[in-house]
Design a protein around this ligand. Sequence first.
Ligand code: PLP
Length: 433
Amino acid sequence: MKQLLPFSKSAGQDLRVIAHYGKHSFFLADGKEIFDAQSGNGAFPLGFDRPELINFVADNIKRVPFVRANNSTTADPILELNAKFKALSKNKFTHVFYGLGGSDSIETAMKMAIAYWKTKNVGSKNKFISFLHGYHGSTFASGSATGIKNFHRPFRNTLPLAWTLHANQPRWFGIKSAEEIELIENTSLTELEALIQTEGADQIGAIIKEPFSWQSGVHPPSQQYYKKLRALCDQYEILLIVDDVCTGAGKLGTYFGAEWMGIDCDISCNAKGLSAGFFPLSATFCNEKVGEALYDSYFIHGWTYSPPMTGVFAALKAIELLEQNNSLQRANEIQEKVSLCADSLLKKGLINGFRAQGVFCGMDIENELAKSKIELILWEHGVQMSCYRFDPVLRTILALSITDQEIESLFQTLEKVLADELAKVIKKERVSK
Ligand SMILES: Cc1ncc(COP(=O)(O)O)c(C=O)c1O
């Protein structure tokens, strides 16, 4: 059986076989150690070495392996998790729908929005606005909401679906002043409002927004931007869905992205990191307004695993560990440490700009470096870190459990690789002149 690899051409790949994991690294079959600077694409915020969590799941799953929610059954661990999530949201989220992954959470949120408007006897609000360069998943609706045009290309005649619209989101590269960023933000909001007016607010059910897109390079807008976005949603009676799949579970120093954004959202999509990565779990939360409307109606939507019990037990333990280790505070310390290290690269002329936020960082590099397959070179130096395919930005998602020494060592490797590669680019340019 040949495996089809996600987002890759499978043929001709030299498969790298992972033998085992350490705390923040994995080891290949030949013994080579690779430090994962993206903590399992953000799904493993507490590191890869959590025997206490695995043992907790193993002990408990024997007791309650499955719950069939559409049989009106539940179990104590689910009720306990509901209460914990409600408290973590500071009572903003009052209802939850469980699933397995980020894409299914986006699907759920979109259906929730349409179903909500139906309960208000509004049948026309069936369109969604999301943002260019945003990533929301790979199923049909979430893939359609995804704003990366190249991901639609193979499905040209089908995606994006006619009822998903895309607006520009604020993005910038290199060093920009606060005034320049404000202008970029305001331009994007003006364009968004124009799109709402052109389509008709009576057609738009929800706007889907990530706190910021990690995939496309970490461009966190100001709280002012989010406030204006929320105000637009209120003015035109549009629900706001926050896609917190990548940014949630404490990675920004708050458990939920909406709190970090400083606004209330109607629906929040969460997955990666809820269960510390070891077992799949997604949770689509909503506020009282949306939740109560759906609770009183038939919400015709669901999965066999809603929720998967392994994910529930893992999430209970993950929250306990997060609290025990004061991990929300650690996200802020990581941001400070990474900012210092990245600033040193900037001062040495090795990167053109950077944006560190919580455990995330986007670093703008020369186009030539991105083209020279910097990811492969970093891999050779024992680091897994990727570059956004369509703009030259190197991106990290560090685990909340990372130490300052590990951050320093990561940036030392980065400095060496960037300096060596830039020197090669400069030499090539000189020769070609
Ligand atoms: C912001 C965001 N939304 C949705 C998804 C889709 O999640 P999944 O891959 O679990 O389906 C991802 C995955 O990277 C993501 O980063």
